[in-house]
Design a binder for this molecule. Structure first.
Ligand SMILES: Nc1nc2c(c(=O)[nH]1)N[C@H]1C(S)=C(S)[C@@H](COP(=O)(O)O)O[C@H]1N2
Ligand SMILES: [Mo]
Length: 181
C-alpha cells in the first residue's frame, strides 16, 4: 500500500521545470540618475572645488571631433560629431593634485562618479603619461547643443578608448583623486 501511495504522489506531483526562475537582473542601461549641474573635485587635491558649466567654459574649451559611443557589448549606441568640453587634466591642474614628493604622481587614481552611482577610474599615468589623456574631456555640449537631461548637464568622455561607452559618464558629478597606499 505504501508503495502505491508513493507512485500516486509521484503521478500527481506538479512537473518541476528544469529552467530556473528568471533572476531579477538590473536593466543594462538604467535611467535612475538625475541631471548633474556641476562637478566637484575632491580627495588628494590642494583645494577642492566645484565647477559648473559656466566655470568650466572659463578654462580652455576643446572639441572632441567625431566619436562613436560603443558599448562593452560592441553595439554602437551613439554617433557624435563633436563633444565640446575641457580636458580632465586641465581641470585637475586648476585645483592642483596634492603631490607630496616626486614619485607621488604615479600613485594617484582618478575616480569619476555620476549622480546614479556609476563609477569609472583613470590612473594619473594614463591621463598624464599616455596619449589617452588629451582626449578625456569633461563636456557640456554635444553636436552644438547643451546636453539633455538623459546625459547632462555634464558628461565625461574618453575618446581614445576601444569601447568608448564604459567611460562615457553621463550625469558626471564628482572627480575624486585617490592616493594609493
Ligand atoms: N551615469 C551613467 N553613465 C553611463 C552609464 C550608466 O549606467 N550611468 N552606462 C554606460 C554605458 S553601459 C554605455 S554603453 C554608455 C551609453 O549608454 P546610453 O545608451 O545609456 O547613453 O553610457 C555609459 N554611461
Ligand atoms: Mo554599455
Amino acid at each position: 500500500m505504501k508503495f502505491h501511495a508513493f507512485l500516486l504522489a509521484l503521478l500527481l506531483a506538479p512537473a518541476v521545470s528544469a529552467a530556473p526562475a528568471t533572476p531579477a537582473t538590473p536593466a543594462a542601461h538604467p535611467a535612475t540618475g538625475t541631471p548633474s549641474h556641476s562637478v566637484r573635485i575632491t580627495g588628494a587635491v590642494k583645494a577642492p572645488a566645484e565647477f559648473d558649466v559656466a566655470a568650466l567654459k572659463k578654462l580652455l574649451p576643446r572639441n572632441s571631433g567625431p566619436v562613436d559611443v560603443v558599448c562593452a557589448s560592441g553595439a554602437v549606441v551613439g554617433k557624435v560629431q563633436n563633444f565640446r568640453g575641457v580636458r580632465l587634466t586641465d581641470v585637475l591642474d586648476r585645483v592642483g593634485i596634492d603631490l607630496k614628493e616626486h614619485k607621488d604622481d604615479r600613485r594617484m587614481v582618478i575616480v569619476a562618479r555620476a549622480t546614479d552611482g556609476y563609477v569609472v577610474t583613470f590612473s594619473w599615468s594614463e591621463l598624464y603619461n599616455t596619449p589617452i589623456g588629451k582626449d578625456v574631456l569633461v563636456a557640456w555640449e554635444k553636436d552644438g547643443k547643451p546636453l539633455d537631461a538623459h546625459e547632462g548637464q555634464l558628461l565625461l568622455i574618453s575618446g581614445q578608448d576601444i569601447k568608448t561607452g564604459p567611460r562615457h559618464v553621463r550625469w558626471l558629478s564628482n572627480i575624486e583623486v585617490v592616493r594609493m597606499k
